[in-house]
Design a binder for this molecule. Structure first.
Ligand SMILES: NC(=O)c1ccc[n+]([C@@H]2O[C@H](COP(=O)([O-])OP(=O)(O)OC[C@H]3O[C@@H](n4cnc5c(N)ncnc54)[C@H](O)[C@@H]3O)[C@@H](O)[C@H]2O)c1
Length: 278
């Protein structure tokens, strides 16, 4: 069965985004916006939720290292944001490799002088019934979704610990909370990401590094536009708001957790699912 998380996201670029930046107090290095002066790394930034998050962050004054394994998509994603006076730095990196995560962190610190925010957003699916699921398919999904977040987080916390300030937001999924037939590997990785967030939150709180997770529901993608009506209806019927989420709506929730507005929130799981479950 096709599931929401299988679908590639709609082409939500900088255009789609965000409301006009809100006037707010100056950040760490001056400027305006809720993330003014901050530097961030967003993984899986080439498209979908990661690209929308990059756009929202930049509009709020942050500089962003866009990490993705897909070089062509990364170039296209960064290009879609250009011309908007945004400061982004594309960085091709495979988060399953620790050295490449270290490189991304080094790049951010070298070019932007700091690393304040990490968004572990990169994710993959390889769906199938448990009885037929190969070890390779299990490992592939766990390696990217869970181990990749571990790698990038481990590399990113060094400069955050030195600065005594940090925000880490992990993009989990409602499937990580509820499970889903045909997605044993994916749901395990996303459930693991929630537990990982809570442990990191406890471990890093004394350094003022806050770690939270968001759990998107059914996010609007190109593929969902072509879902057969009965499948679309099946998912829509479970969503009280009666519509599919746009990537920028996930990005705004991530922005909240990255901002000073969330200064007393850590170890939390923020569902962004239209009320699709409680
Ligand atoms: N789309 C949905 O309905 C939905 C729902 C819940 C959760 N999510 C989660 O949100 C996140 C973003 O999803 P999306 O829909 O924008 O997906 P997407 O496929 O558009 O984007 C994921 C990005 O991650 C990148 N990526 C994959 N493997 C990588 C690796 N090893 N190293 C670096 N980058 C890698 C891909 O190249 C891609 O650009 C994922 O973690 C996904 O599980 C999505």
């Amino acid at each position: 069965m096709t599931t929401p998380d299988q679908t590639p996201p709609e082409n939500i670029q900088g255009d789609a985004a965000p409301d006009a930046p809100r006037a707010s107090s100056a950040g760490a290095a001056g400027g305006r916006g809720r993330l003014a002066g901050r530097a961030a790394i967003v993984s899986g930034a080439a498209q979908g939720i990661g690209l929308a998050t990059t756009g929202v962050f930049c509009q709020e004054g942050a500089r962003v290292v866009m990490v993705d394994v897909d070089e062509a998509a990364l170039a296209a994603g960064a290009a879609s944001l250009s011309g908007k006076a945004l400061e982004v730095l594309p960085c091709k990196a495979d988060i399953t490799k620790f050295e490449e995560c270290e490189h991304a962190v080094k790049l951010c610190v070298e070019k932007f002088g700091r690393l304040d925010i990490l968004v572990n957003n990169a994710g993959v699916t390889k769906d199938g019934l448990l009885i037929r699921m190969s070890e390779a398919d299990w490992d592939f999904v766990l390696d990217v979704n869970l181990k990749g977040a571990f790698h990038l987080t481990k590399a990113a916390v060094r400069p955050m610990m030195k600065a005594h300030w940090g925000r880490i937001i992990n993009v989990s999924s409602l499937v990580g909370q509820e499970g889903n037939a045909g997605q044993a590997n994916y749901s395990a990785s996303k459930g693991g990401l929630i537990a990982f967030s809570k442990s990191c939150a406890r471990e890093l709180a004394s350094r003022n590094i806050l770690v939270n997770a968001v759990t998107p529901g059914f996010v609007h993608t190109r593929m969902t536009e072509h879902l057969p009506d009965p499948v679309r209806k099946y998912f829509l019927d479970k969503i009280p708001l009666g519509r599919i989420c746009e990537p920028v709506e996930i990005a705004r929730a991530i922005l909240f957790l990255a901002s000073e507005d969330a200064s007393y929130i850590t170890g939390a799981v923020l569902p962004v699912n239209g009320g699709g479950y409680t």
